[in-house]
Design a protein around this ligand. Sequence first.
Ligand code: AMP
Ligand code: MN
Ligand code: MN
Ligand code: MN
Length: 278
Amino acid sequence: MLNVDLHCHSTVSDGALAPAAVAARAKAGGVDVWALTDHDEIGGISEARDAARGLGMHYVTGVEISVTWAAHTIHIVGLNFDEKNEDLAGGLHQTRSGRERRAHEMAAQLAEVGVPDAFEGALRYVGNPDLISRTHFARFMVETGVCKDIQDVFSNYLTEGKPGYVPHRWAKLQDAVKWIRGAGGIAVVAHPGRYNLSDLEQDVFLAEFKRAGGTGVEVVTGSHTPEEFDIYARVARRHGLLASRGSDFHAPGESQTELGSLPPLPPNLMPVWHDWRV
Ligand code: AMP
Ligand code: MN
Ligand code: MN
Ligand code: MN
């Protein structure tokens, strides 16, 4: 059976390894079909593709777009698109804008609760000045002993109602799906179990996602529990969505899930890769 991993990050967004090093780690984890899906960025694609090909993996272009839908932040993974498409590149550029200003506001809030110099601290972990993210702040706060690990950071800081949380307006759902589809790719809802949507909200969201042209949902992801693998397998079947699999790997020792290590998709699902020549 093919080992497919279609979700992970490099230093081009909030991962800790360069694209070629992520490729090597995927290969070491037994991955046969691989996509790098940096947040709102496709700048890692050429390095990732060259490395994957050198290692004999089937490479698929990828991205994870931040979307604001009904006051929820939702992530949409795009796969197998033409990375030279200008509307997609322009849309991602627009989605990235505002992160630096947001980061300054986050740092100001953290300073008020006794965590000084967080902007400069986070910046030391940033590989791409366009993409300063909460993960970089989290690494700084672990390094300086403010928190014991990344989970501890997101339990006490940087999330809604906690210090350092700055709401942000990301791309529109319809736009994100349109950019991906317009570049010939497929749009997949990332880790649907993470959004705290009610069943009704989730049905409304998935209906809008499909109407916009979205066709897939992550079922087996490092962000889901084994129970959620089955829950979202049922969701995929019920809504007629293709199923995806990806570790959401970010960094050695930080991600709970290694590249290529997840169980296979549950039965009776149509994988997102069903019509790829892999
Ligand atoms: P941002 O795009 O700046 O809002 O940062 C979002 C990133 O923060 C996600 O892609 C994750 O990598 C990380 N993140 C958010 N919530 C958590 C959490 N509870 N545990 C670990 N990482 C998280
Ligand atoms: Mn991330
Ligand atoms: Mn995500
Ligand atoms: Mn991700």
